[in-house]
Unconditional design. Structure first.
Length: 249
């Protein structure tokens, strides 16, 4: 029972973590202090009351609308809160106890990276480097002998995607991938090793294609001209690939 207490705490804290991640991303992109700034309505800048800051519940109770100005409350906050909770539940269901915490932190880190890319088409170096360092630490704790292979996989994966980016830019005259995607893919190699990079990339490409088709159906126009952030789909591929091959030591 005592081993379950931290997991229960993580599940209860997850929506608050998701809310914090979404808010921190917004504040960083707006050039604000991402820790101490008070939460305000995006439309009227009114300072939010405590009962308006309860994750999931407040958004549903207010029906996604500010009670003062009737401006919309962005659904990304609710989505981030639910996603952070989903990460905990999924990790508990699939990962053995020694690595559940690593899985949860990985999922929350990937959530932050995804939100940055969805909002501003950027993948901050600080988060990508954290992903790399965290992955190397987990790999060393799980199997120290495999760390060298994981680092080599990171280098090979990054080089391969960089080569593809350069080839595409030469062929099409524009970049099809950002350097942030290349760095993210390289960092993922530490987590998955070379065996997991191909499945991860396949998941990312298929999910990005589905998302692109949905946008095309809604917006119309040339499907090839649709601008898509690829980072969230790489994050999804990494999450699924590592989660279902997580160490069980």
């Amino acid at each position: 029972m005592t081993a379950d207490i931290p997991l229960i705490f993580a599940a209860l804290a997850a929506p608050f973590t998701g809310s914090f991640i979404a808010t921190a991303v917004d504040r960083c992109l707006d050039g604000k202090d991402w820790i101490w700034s008070r939460s305000v309505c995006d439309s009227c800048a009114r300072r939010l009351a405590a009962h308006e800051l309860v994750p999931i519940c407040s958004w549903l109770w207010l029906k996604g609308v500010c009670p003062s100005c009737t401006g919309p409350i962005a659904a990304r906050y609710l989505i981030a809160e639910l996603a952070a909770l989903g990460v905990v539940l999924w990790a508990v269901a699939k990962v053995s106890p020694p690595f559940i915490s690593a899985a949860i932190l990985l999922g929350w880190l990937l959530l932050a990276l995804s939100l940055f890319d969805l909002r501003a088409y950027i993948l901050p170096n600080a988060l990508t480097l954290t992903l790399f360092g965290f992955g190397a630490t987990v790999r060393h704790l799980a199997d120290p002998a495999s760390l060298a292979e994981a680092l080599a996989s990171a280098a090979a994966g990054g080089a391969a995607l960089l080569a593809f980016r350069s080839l595409y830019q030469w062929w099409r005259g524009r970049a099809g991938l950002g350097l942030g995607d290349v760095k993210l893919f390289a960092a993922a190699g530490v987590w998955t090793s070379w065996q997991g990079l191909a499945p991860m990339l396949l998941i990312a490409c298929l999910s990005a294609l589905i998302y692109g088709l949905i946008l095309w159906r809604r917006r119309g126009g040339d499907l090839r001209a649709q601008k898509l952030p690829f980072g969230p789909f790489l994050c999804l591929g990494l999450w699924l690939t590592w989660l279902y091959n997580a160490p069980s030591v």
